[in-house]
Design a protein around this ligand. Structure first.
Ligand code: HEM
Length: 465
């Protein structure tokens, strides 16, 4: 009996303590004119619910508080905006002090000069440098030939396979395709070493920044150091050789006629940024496009027709040229529809650099803003039957110019790699659908967070046409 009373007493004190803590945490953020919402526990906030429930957490909070609410996520007081117009405003107003606000683990690992970490003149330099690497002329003369060669041979190797773990394969594909554009002449063991370190780096950027032995964060930092070493050795080798290289690293290292000269550290950060930004986005879009095409035979038929028409005018091993890619109107529509429906990017993060008024509320300096765009992708005011895979909706050009900002970001941070990504995915689809027919095997379990909507264990049984 005595023990029962002690347990009841203990539980009672615990409940009192918890509600006092929750109340205290709410009071701390009640001083200014902040939007509605809850702040959860001290330090942890509502991170656990957010990570566990993913998009459902956002939907529930919106039902309770509307499209503009406060929370405490991933260690920061955060304002979540799910409102189309406010999101547009936030993305377009970096100059008013709404700068990118990505988690510390990401910034530590991607480097202090990576594009998401810099603003003002440094951002213009890094962004200008990247855009010059992927201009139309560069795309035609250097990038597309490399992407084409890579996709043709990578997918050619699949003819020996029957069962393909498509999630795994598209991840390797996205990484290797980028690497072949960055440094085309790497020896195989070096590529393997690079790849292993890169995969550890990616896991590290999505971790809690706890610098202890064995944590993903520590492994990510170590992987980044190893990548820096590999890149420094490669750059030194190239400097010593005196040769000219026509890959991205070659252009980044060019001293003469370079409008955007970068230091060695900036070059390393730029290389890691290119690899990182195109990795999850290109791999998931490629995989999900196959999933949707499989489930929508009419779309697949139209897509195949587009690619077979291109092939009919070519000899067997002729590469794709830029005109071919530009003519792939339906393929582009499939890619945009896949990015919308599978919401490859749930939203983007910003932070306030001073106290500022947004939507009639006073948001304190240092708050993070989660510009949550996922639900906008399913907005009935923007898309008819938004939950249906309908690539034809993108055949009307105006839809892309109006809405794609929420698939590829917007304002000064609009994705600079959009066309590169589309070229990579288009040539992947080209060589896949003209060579293989496929059936899905399993993979109906969907993992919603943090890797949005990626079917786990998604395997394909493929056979050549
Ligand atoms: C389907 C493919 C892709 C999607 C859906 C996508 C999406 C996005 C989005 C939403 C942003 C905005 C981030 C923000 O506002 O904070 C962004 C920025 C960025 N993307 Fe992409 N991206 C894709 C492919 C690529 C590729 C292939 C590259 C490689 C060069 C790339 C490089 C970047 C960079 C460097 C930024 C930062 C831009 C800046 O801060 O100025 N992206 N992307």
């Amino acid at each position: 009996m005595g023990i029962v009373m002690v347990i009841i007493g203990f539980l009672f004190v615990l409940v009192l303590l918890c509600s006092a803590l929750l109340r205290w945490n709410e009071m701390r953020y009640n001083k200014t004119n902040l939007p509605p919402g809850t702040m959860g526990w001290p330090i942890f906030g509502e991170t656990t619910e957010f990570l566990k429930q993913g998009p459902d957490f956002m939907r529930n909070q919106r039902l309770r508080y509307g499209s503009f609410f406060k929370s405490h996520l991933l260690g920061c007081p955060t304002l979540v905006s799910m409102d189309t117009e406010i999101n547009r405003y936030i993305l377009k107003n970096e100059s008013k002090g709404l700068v990118p606000g990505y988690p510390q683990s990401m910034l530590d690992i991607l480097g202090t000069c990576n594009m998401a970490a810099v603003h003002g003149s440094s951002h213009r330099l890094m962004r200008g440098s990247l855009l010059s690497l992927i201009s139309s002329a560069m795309m035609r003369d250097h990038i597309l030939p490399k992407v084409d060669y890579f996709m043709r041979s990578y997918l050619g190797q699949w003819s020996e396979l029957e069962n393909v773990d498509i999630q795994d394969k598209t991840k390797h594909m996205a990484f290797l395709s980028s690497l072949s554009q960055i440094a085309g002449n790497l020896r195989k063991p070096l590529v393997e070493e690079f790849k292993n370190e890169f995969f550890k780096l990616v896991v590290g950027t999505l971790s809690v920044p706890i610098d202890l032995p064995g944590t993903n964060y520590r492994c990510g930092i170590q992987a980044r150091k190893n990548i820096d070493r590999l890149l420094s050795e490669l750059m030194q080798e190239r400097k010593d050789s005196g040769e000219t290289f026509t890959d991205m690293l070659g252009y980044l290292m060019k001293k003469e006629d370079n409008r955007y000269p970068l230091t060695d550290e900036e070059i390393r950060d730029q290389v890691v940024t290119i690899l990182y930004s195109g990795y999850e986005t290109v791999s998931t879009t490629s995989m999900m496009a196959l999933k949707y095409l499989h489930d929508h035979p009419k779309a697949l038929e139209e897509l195949r027709r587009e690619h077979l028409t291109i092939r009919e005018r070519k000899r067997q091993d002729d590469p794709l040229d830029l005109e071919n890619v530009k003519s792939m109107k339906f393929t582009r529509a499939v890619i945009l529809e896949t990015s919308r429906l599978a919401t490859i990017v749930n939203g983007v993060l910003r932070k306030t650099t001073r106290d500022m008024e947004i939507n009639g509320y006073l948001i304190p300096k240092g708050w993070r803003i989660y510009v949550y765009t996922r639900e906008i992708n399913y907005d009935t005011n923007l898309y008819k039957d938004p939950l249906i895979f309908n690539p034809w909706r993108w055949m009307e050009k105006s839809l892309e110019s109006q809405n794609s900002c929420f698939v590829f970001g917007g304002g000064t941070r609009l994705c600079p790699g959009k066309e590169l990504g589309i070229v990579e995915i288009s040539s992947f689809l080209h060589y896949f659908v003209t060579r293989y027919r496929w059936e899905e095997m399993g993979g109906d379990k969907l993992m919603v967070f943090p890797r949005v909507f990626a079917p786990k264990g998604f395997h394909l049984r493929i056979s050549p046409y």
